[in-house]
Design a protein around this ligand. Structure first.
Ligand code: ASP
Length: 437
């Protein structure tokens, strides 16, 4: 079992027949690639539609008893092109007609959305000569729609023991009553991760249209290098700060069993991509792994002399944010002041109310609100116990005349978070990248 590789292909890797041929070449190149998880066909070019989006549209139209022909025909044409281009012996017209009938006759929203993956699964199984395993028979959710690992493990394991080479469509499964239900958008990543876990795979390959994660956002640093290896924890820090990565829930099933995830590029299979591991022992001290950030944070600073003597001060302050349903991002403090950093989008029009409640509950000397702050996270296990990293970061920022408004570093030393003006955001990311590359 231990050589087994689970492969997941994203929508752009399966967007037309040309892409399917690349997928076959990749599958044929290694016989250990035994289970394949497809997404639905994605975009072929920038303004193109994803099949899943079109299916959601069909559902909307059908619920309003409107004609779905125009939108459904776009979906149909996509699949006909694929099956014709691959010269498959499949009666796609008939399969599509049946699905269309189900959409019109009260197919649920999740059922309709899931058909994108289902159809790609049928096509791939035929094309690769793999067995088709319908996700509804092996991926289970409870009545509340929560993924059920115990039931899934039982049924999926049984099935995988019977099937040497199989296709399992991503994104959906079923409830106990048989009703189809999907994960949230991008959920094929999660299916791939679950199958990897249950199959006890040696590796989970996630094939997409980029050769792995980049150290910095390429729209800011066009020449950014690829991250070769990253730990799950570093990845979490980066994705939390906005770096586009996998579906958030895709990490957990493989993390438990320490299966590495390899992000690969279907259009450049010669690139080794990024490998995500649990523990990385080959870290070079003094290096960083990645830089990510977000704009538009608000800082609410509460000042009160001798606040540390009031044992309930912090609790009262935090409870104001809790009762207003606002997540706190960071809380840097000094002796007589504490700052609460929250995202501007979240605080919206509640600011006046929050200030008032802080005043009532904590009786501060002063509350100062400043906006337009961007946060940048510099992440890397190579920073741990390594001297001179922050020196390098802050020198790079100073040389660009960028003022640092806030600094926080967790005691894990895995990341340094820096608060700067929104308008300095791009320059700061570029300066930090250059300081290390
Ligand atoms: N097709 C689904 C979506 O567009 C799921 C996926 O691609 O992973 O969200």
């Amino acid at each position: 079992m231990k050589e087994l590789i689970v492969t997941k292909f994203g929508g752009s890797s399966l967007s037309d027949s040309k892409q399917f041929k690349k997928v076959k070449d990749i599958m044929d190149a290694n016989e250990n690639r035994r289970y394949i998880i497809p997404s639905a066909p994605g975009r072929r070019y920038e303004d193109d539609h994803k099949v899943t989006d079109l299916l959601y549209m069909c559902y909307q139209l059908a619920t309003h008893k409107l004609n779905i022909d125009e939108v459904f025909n776009i979906v149909k044409d996509r699949y006909i092109e694929i099956s014709k281009g691959l010269e498959l012996d499949l009666d796609m017209e008939n399969i599509l007609e049946e699905i269309k009938g189900n959409i019109i006759n009260d197919g649920t929203r999740d059922y309709v959305a899931s058909r994108g993956e289902y159809l790609n699964g049928i096509i791939l199984a035929n094309y690769l000569d793999f067995e088709f395993i319908d996700a509804k028979d092996v991926i289970f959710f409870d009545d509340m729609g929560i993924f059920n690992l115990i039931e899934t493990r039982k049924k999926l394991k049984e099935k995988l023991e019977e099937v040497q080479y199989g296709v399992i469509p991503g994104f959906y499964g079923s409830k106990e009553n048989g009703e189809i239900i999907t994960f949230t958008r991008g959920g094929s990543d999660v299916t791939g991760s679950i199958v990897s876990n249950v199959a006890d795979a040696k590796l989970y390959e996630n094939w997409t249209d980029v050769s792995g994660f980049l150290i910095a956002d390429p729209s800011i640093v066009p020449e950014s290098k690829t991250i070769h290896s990253i730990t799950y924890r570093e990845l979490r820090e980066l994705s939390y700060m906005g770096a586009p990565v996998l579906h958030e829930e895709a990490i957990f099933p493989v993390k438990k069993t320490e299966i590495p995830i390899n992000i690969r590029n279907t259009n450049r299979p010669e690139d080794s991509g990024t490998i995500i591991v649990n523990e990385d022992t080959s870290v070079k001290a003094g290096t960083i792994t990645g830089i990510a950030g977000k704009k538009d944070f608000i800082v609410i600073t509460v000042e009160k002399t001798r606040m540390t003597l009031e044992k309930d001060f912090l609790r009262k302050l935090i409870s104001v944010f809790e009762s207003n349903d606002i997540s706190i991002e960071h809380m840097p403090s000094s002796i007589d002041s504490i700052s609460i950093v929250v995202s501007a989008g979240e605080i919206n029009n509640k600011l006046a109310k929050i200030k008032e409640e802080i005043r009532i509950y904590t009786k501060p000397d002063r509350i100062v609100v400043s906006s337009n702050m961007a946060l940048i996270a510099v992440v890397g296990k190579g920073m741990i116990r390594s001297k001179g990293i922050s020196g390098k970061i802050f020198t790079a920022l100073a040389e660009k005349a960028i003022n640092v408004r806030m600094i926080t570093q967790g005691s894990s030393e895995l990341s340094i978070i820096i608060g700067i003006e929104n308008e300095d955001f791009e320059n700061a990311i570029e300066a930090i990248y250059r300081a290390f590359n």
